[in-house]
Design a protein around this ligand. Sequence first.
Ligand code: F6R
Length: 226
Amino acid sequence: MTRQIIKKADSVLGLPTGDTPIGMYERLVGFYGQGILDFSPVTTFNLDEYYGLPIEHQKSFHRYMGKRLFSKVNIQRDNTYVPNGMTDSVKEECNQYEAEIKAHGGIDLMVLGIGVNGHIGFNEPGTPWDSCTRLVKLTEETRKREFVGLKDPPKKAITMGIKTIMRARKILLLVSGEEKAEAIKKTLEGPITNQVPSSILQLHPNLQIVLDEASAKSLSELSEVS
Ligand code: F6R
């Protein structure tokens, strides 16, 4: 990510939320503080946002990004795009999101995390490969995991589609923790099937994967992704 911004000052980045990228955001903020990175010409598009969850809610991805990155670096807020989960007109919001990505020349570097079921963004098993930004239903597993103790967690989210993700010029997949070991094995060594949405990444021409030891433990060898 740092190299991408140094190489192309006005990079267009696709960004994830969740636990995995927290360290990455901390490093980026650190490099900004040291004067290594300048975010003023950078544009970002987040992968997803819960539908019907107010922006100020502690679980909203707007809030996550504000707290971890946007308020800590000199990025221009107008250049930060996160799907509007409070929109009255979902279709328009989704089409507009795709149009903005296109108008910015597409995503240079898309950073992804992965779910234990192989989801990327909120593209759950069964997602068609040609999907674009749209409203999706959250699985019960995701709702329970992400909203422990909340009475009425959101049922839906707006997410970039598989096609949106695969169109990025470069993809960086970050994976950590033993609970992801099976998912990453299926992603890299299993068949390409939309029952494991992340398996499509095998076909991306410019994919880089960063794994910790725990998540890599089920891999039969360090796979070469052709
Ligand atoms: C988040 C997102 C999700 C997460 C995935 C892993 O914007 O799109 O696909 O990347 O659920 O989440 P963590 O990192 O919390 O395990």
